[in-house]
Design a protein around this ligand. Structure first.
Ligand code: FPP
Length: 235
C-alpha cells in the first residue's frame, strides 16, 4: 500500500517537565532536550515532503508558570530560532508565528521578526510556531477583523465564509490532517481549534524529549490506517 503523506501535521510537544523530574533534573532541562528533539523532528518532517508543520511552543496560559521557567523558555526560543533552525532555512522552509505579541520581550519579537523576514519567500514548506497562542483567541481576533470590514462597508455580510475566516486567522494555513500529542494526555488544550476541524488525532505516552523519528513514523502509520470520510459515506 502506498503511504499517504499528510499535508499538515501539528504537534503538542508535552511532557518536558515530567521527563526532567523523572530524572531528578530541573524542569528547564526537559525544555532544553525538547528543543533538540524539535530540531530533529522538524528536519525529518520536511524530508518526508510534509508541507506544513505546526508546533505549540507556548500557550497564553503558560505565563502562569514560575518566572524562572518562563524566562528560560523565552531565552531558549531566541537561541533555537537563531541556531537550531538554520537547517530549516536551508531547506527553503518559510517560518511563520501564530499568537499575540503582548507580554513578549523586544528581544523575542525581534528574533521572530527576523526569522519571518529571512524566510518569507521560501516555498518548500511552512513551519508554523505557535507562541503566546490560544485557539479561542485566534477565532476572536479573526471575528474582530471581519466585523471591522463589515462596519467600514468593505465587506458584505453574505460574503463571510470559511475561506474568509481562514484568511483572517493569524496565518492562512491549510487544515490540519494529523495532530500528535505526546505524554499520555488526551486533550487538545486550546490548540488550533479552527484548523483542527477534521484532523486525525494521535496520542502517545512517550514524553516529548523521548520522541524521535521512529515514534513519528508510528504516528504516520496510524494516520495511514484511518478511514477519512469528512462526514461522508465510503463508496
Ligand atoms: C510542554 O511540556 C512543553 C512546553 C510548554 C514548551 C514546549 C517547548 C519546547 C519543546 C522547547 C523548544 C521549542 C521551540 C519552538 C524552540 P510541559 O512543560 O508542560 O511538561 P509537563 O506536562 O511534563 O510539565
Amino acid at each position: 500500500m502506498n503511504e499517504v503523506i499528510p499535508n499538515h501535521v501539528a504537534i503538542i510537544m508535552d511532557g518536558n517537565g515530567r521527563w526532567a523530574q523523572n530524572k531528578g533534573l530541573k524542569r528547564t532541562k526537559g525544555h532544553q532536550k525538547g528543543a533538540e528533539v524539535l530540531k530533529k523532528i522538524s528536519e525529518y518532517v520536511y524530508d518526508k515532503k510534509i508541507k506544513v508543520l505546526s508546533v505549540f511552543a507556548f500557550s497564553t496560559e503558560n505565563w502562569k508558570r514560575d518566572k524562572e521557567e518562563v524566562d528560560y523558555l523565552m531565552d531558549l526560543f531566541i537561541k533555537a530560532f537563531k541556531e537550531n533552525f538554520k537547517t530549516i532555512k536551508k531547506k527553503g522552509v518559510k517560518v511563520v508565528f501564530s499568537g499575540v505579541k503582548d507580554r513578549l520581550s523586544k528581544k523575542v519579537i525581534d528574533t521572530m521578526d527576523k526569522m519571518q523576514y529571512e524566510t518569507k519567500d521560501n516555498k518548500n514548506g511552512i513551519f508554523n510556531i505557535c507562541l503566546n497562542y490560544g485557539g479561542q483567541d485566534e477565532i476572536v481576533e479573526a471575528t474582530k477583523k471581519i466585523s471591522t470590514l463589515v462596519k467600514d462597508d468593505k465587506l458584505n455580510i453574505n460574503d463571510i465564509d470559511k475561506e474568509l475566516f481562514s484568511k483572517n486567522m493569524f496565518n492562512d494555513l491549510p487544515p490540519i490532517d494529523l495532530l500528535i500529542r505526546t505524554s499520555g494526555e488526551y486533550r487538545i488544550s486550546n490548540f488550533m481549534l479552527w484548523q483542527m476541524a477534521y484532523a486525525e488525532l494521535y496520542f502517545t505516552d512517550t514524553l516529548w524529549p523521548d520522541f524521535n523519528e521512529e515514534e513519528f513514523d508510528k504516528a504516520l502509520d496510524s494516520f495511514n490506517k484511518r478511514d477519512r470520510r469528512f462526514g461522508g459515506v465510503k463508496k
